[in-house]
Design a binder for this molecule. Structure first.
Ligand code: PLP
Length: 249
C-alpha cells in the first residue's frame, strides 16, 4: 500500500477490499494536547459521508468545546437518525452550484439551535448591524441573494430524491469495483449505515494519473481532491499547523 499516490486517515478492511474515509478520526483527536487550547472542533462531512459525531460531541463536552459541522458536501445526509447540520452547536452549508443542493450561483447558510448565536450570525452577515449604518461589530456583506433563496427553496424539495440517485450510482460503482486488488485501488468507506450522500465518489489509486487520463479518454471527468493541503498552500504556509502528517498522505 505504500506505493499509493494518496492514502487517507482511517482505513477499514471491508468485504475483502480496503476502504478509506478521510473524515476526522475521533480516536486521533481524543487525547490531543491541541484541544486544550482549542475553542471548537470542526468536523467536515467530507465527500458526503457524515463524520462520527457521537464520539466527537463527547470529546467536545470533555474539553468544553463547540462543535461546528461543515455540511458543504453532505446536505440531506442522515446520521444517527438526524440530518447533518442539526448535530453540532452550529453548521455551515455551501450551496455552490456543484454541491448536492446547489443554487445557480454562490450561496450558503448557517444553522443552529442557539438563539443568541443565530442573532449574532444575522448581524455578521449584514455589515455587523441591526440598523442600517449603525455597525455594532465588524461584519460582512454575506446575505443570501433572494433569487438564490427562491431557487434553493424549490430545489430543496428534491434533495432526498437526488441523494437517493447518488446512493444508487455509488452502490453500482462499489459492486463493480469491489473485487479489485487493494494494491491498486482503495474504495471509499461505505458501510450501509454510514449514511453517505456521495457528493464525491473518492478512490485512492496507485496509478492515479494514468487512470485519470484513461477515464478522460472515455469521456469521464475526474478531479484530484485535494492536490495541496491548506497548511502547505501559499496562503497558509506560515500558519502554526505545520507538519500535519495525516493530510500529507
Ligand atoms: C467541505 C467544504 N467546506 C467549505 C466549502 C466552501 O463553500 P463556499 O465556497 O460556498 O464558501 C466547500 C466548497 O467547496 C467545501 O467543499
Amino acid at each position: 500500500m505504500h506505493g499509493l499516490q494518496s492514502l487517507s486517515l482511517a482505513q477499514y478492511p471491508f468485504s475483502g477490499t480496503w476502504t478509506a474515509s478521510s473524515n476526522i478520526d475521533p480516536a486521533r483527536i481524543g487525547n490531543n494536547d491541541l484541544l486544550k487550547n482549542a475553542r471548537a472542533i470542526l468536523p467536515v462531512h467530507l465527500y458526503g459521508l457524515p463524520a462520527k459525531m457521537v464520539p466527537i460531541l463527547q470529546i467536545a463536552e470533555r474539553y468544553n468545546l463547540k462543535v461546528i459541522e461543515d455540511v458543504a458536501q453532505a446536505q440531506g445526509a442522515i446520521y444517527d437518525g438526524r440530518r447533518t447540520g442539526s448535530l453540532g452547536h452550529a453548521a455551515g452549508f455551501s450551496f455552490y452550484p456543484g454541491k448536492n443542493l446547489g443554487a445557480f450561483g454562490d450561496a450558503g447558510a448557517v444553522t443552529t439551535n442557539d438563539d443568541d448565536l443565530a442573532e449574532r450570525v444575522r448581524i455578521l452577515r449584514n455589515y455587523g448591524s441591526h440598523i442600517k449604518y449603525y455597525n455594532e461589530v465588524k461584519g460582512y456583506n454575506s446575505r443570501l441573494d433572494p433569487l438564490q433563496a427562491g431557487f434553493l427553496r424549490v430545489r430543496l424539495k428534491y434533495i432526498d430524491e437526488w441523494n437517493q440517485r447518488r446512493i444508487s450510482v455509488a452502490q453500482h460503482y462499489l459492486a463493480m469495483l469491489r473485487g479489485m486488488s487493494a494494491q491498486h485501488i482503495i474504495l471509499p468507506f461505505a458501510a450501509d449505515d454510514a449514511g453517505s450522500v456521495w457528493h464525491i465518489f473518492p478512490i485512492h489509486c496507485e496509478y492515479r494519473d494514468a487512470l485519470s487520463l484513461y477515464l478522460q479518454e472515455q469521456g469521464l471527468a475526474t478531479l484530484i481532491h485535494y492536490p495541496v493541503p491548506p497548511h502547505l498552500s501559499k496562503a497558509y504556509r506560515w500558519h502554526m499547523f505545520q507538519g500535519r502528517p495525516i493530510s500529507h498522505n
